[in-house]
Design a protein around this ligand. Structure first.
Ligand code: SF4
Length: 308
């Protein structure tokens, strides 16, 4: 990892080590479903999930992967002429098909002009060894790199049970090791503020993540979205769900930055779901605006600590 003056390693740092171009993610909705909704692993889905919040408007699952990527390129290509792209299989569980079908979709994405890699978002219990082996071969082939993002959310089993993830933390540990051993960059998603978790619980998840061979984390605050089971829980007068305000979340993120292993890149700190889907918290902040506030808070606390 090269030295950096930033307070942490960010996702752009990771990408610049893997690719010699400026990279932009393009979301792809390949029409997958979710095994925690279709009954193959669970039913009802994770209590906080409204998957419609993940998909940008240029992703129509009825369009072929190539068409979706070309639409995305037309949108972002106007910003930087020499931009290269990562196809982000983001919506639902993007490993939920036979290997032949999956490899066909991933290879299609990798052969689109200027697409230099793919990112596959999936559950830790949905990435079998044979698929990892095939992805390792694909990643070392001529078309481009493969990266994997696993939805871990929390290291606490009682939380995973409460939010109906229908997988265990042991599944995450096993999947991370398997993907890493195959030479594929791997990251985990984490949610801060899940029901029943204290601040110490959240930081304990960061400590546990530090023990894993991961390259990246993507973090966001708990959001209550319309149409979810958690929205119904949140509406109960005796709910124990406590959402962060910006100030307390900034403090938590400062602690996360200080605790997270320095070689792990942080992709993002907040998520901003579409306004018509979001019940709370309504911060009205984009990730880059939050990052600006965070850097200011980190600098401020560093100055205070130096003067005491
Ligand atoms: S978060 Fe992922 S695993 Fe959970 S219900 Fe939504 S799509 Fe399924």
């Amino acid at each position: 990892m090269p030295p950096t003056s930033k307070p942490y390693r960010d996702y752009a740092d990771l990408l610049s080590e893997l690719f010699p171009w400026k990279m932009q993610k393009l979301s792809v909705n390949a029409g997958f479903t979710c095994p925690n909704r279709d009954g193959s692993i669970g039913t009802g889905g994770c209590t906080y999930c409204n998957n419609a919040s993940f998909s940008p408007s240029y992703c129509d699952p009825s369009d072929p992967v190539t068409t979706q990527l070309e639409k995305g390129k037309a949108f972002f290509g106007k910003k930087y002429a020499d931009m290269r792209y990562l196809a982000y299989f983001q919506t639902y569980t993007n490993t939920l098909a036979g290997n032949e079908r999956l490899l066909q979709l991933y290879t299609e994405a990798l052969t689109v002009d200027k697409v230099e890699g793919i990112i596959i978002g999936t559950r830790p219990d949905c990435i079998p060894p044979k698929l990892i082996e095939a992805l390792s071969l694909l990643s070392n082939g001529q078309h481009g790199r493969v990266m994997i993002e696993l939805g871990a959310e929390s290291s606490h089993q009682r939380t995973l049970t409460r939010i109906n993830r229908c997988h265990t933390w042991a599944d995450t540990v096993q999947a991370v090791h398997a993907v890493h051993t195959a030479g594929i960059p791997v990251g985990v998603h984490l949610i801060m503020g899940l029901p029943g978790e204290t601040r110490d619980d959240m930081l304990a998840t960061i400590d546990t993540v530090n023990t894993l061979p991961i390259d990246m984390v993507k973090i966001h605050q708990l959001q209550i979205l319309r149409g979810t089971r958690m929205a119904r829980e949140y509406a109960c007068p005796d709910t124990d769900i406590r959402l962060f305000d910006v100030d307390s979340y900034l403090d938590l993120c400062c602690d996360i930055v200080r605790r997270l292993r320095r070689d792990i890149a942080i992709d993002r700190f907040i998520s901003q779901s579409p306004a018509d889907m979001l019940i709370a918290p309504r911060w009205g902040l984009k990730n880059y605006q939050f990052v600006h506030l965070l850097h200011r808070r980190l600098a401020q606390t560093a100055t205070e600590n130096a003067s005491t």
